[in-house]
Ligand binder design. Structure first.
Ligand code: M6P
Ligand code: ZN
Length: 187
């Protein structure tokens, strides 16, 4: 990753794109191993076409300490074993804050500090704030794609092992009247 000069980046809200664009990440069901409570349903979904669950497009600003990268994540609508489609979720290894701005669709921002859990509903225009030390996962709670803009310190990093080890406190299931939050372990 190389530093970039001062620049403007075109954010097309309707299309959910950044221009110029940096690296793009596509996460399929197979990339979400060990995260859904229903392992069999997850395996079946992987065998059954391994769908794209979400994608992340980034601005050209690199993930380097003291830089301020941005990205747009789009989570497709769907459920696996009754659990709403979601991002892997991560902790920042050296505990730095982050913001998300809801762009389109309806989502939830689940945060967990190892003890307490917070759930923030995200609609277009909502800024969700993740303080240092709170692991974060996003969930699509609607029936259309959910997109949000993320702005985060370039040196924040992504610790995915933390979530596999500690969970996220709660799980977001599809319930009769929308989202139903259940305890992570008994889920
Ligand atoms: C947001 C940011 C990114 C993150 C992405 C997907 O865009 O928080 O840093 O990579 O969401 O989330 P995850 O890394 O947990 O799959
Ligand atoms: Zn983060």
């Amino acid at each position: 990753a190389v530093p970039v000069p001062p620049m403007s980046i075109r954010f097309d809200q309707a299309a959910g794109t950044l221009s110029p664009e940096g690296p793009t990440l596509t996460r399929r069901m197979s990339d979400l191993e060990g995260l859904f409570r229903d392992h069999e349903a997850w395996e079946k979904a992987v065998a059954d076409g391994d769908p794209v669950v979400y994608s992340v497009i980034s601005s050209p600003v690199p993930e380097i300490d003291r830089e301020l990268p941005q990205s747009i994540t789009t989570i497709q609508p769907g459920t696996t074993g009754g659990e709403l489609w979601m991002t892997k979720g991560h902790q920042h290894p050296n505990h730095q804050g982050e913001i998300y701005l809801g762009i389109s669709g309806r989502g939830g921002l689940l945060m967990f500090d190892g003890t307490e859990t917070r759930w923030v509903e995200m609609t277009p225009g909502t800024i969700g704030y993740m303080p240092p030390g709170w692991a974060h996962r996003s969930v699509n709670i609607g029936d259309e794609p959910y997109s949000f803009l993320a702005v985060y310190p370039g040196g924040a990093g992504h610790d995915y092992g933390w979530v596999l080890e500690h969970g996220m406190g709660l799980r977001a299931l599809s319930g009769a009247d929308g989202v139903e939050l259940v305890d992570y372990v008994e889920g």
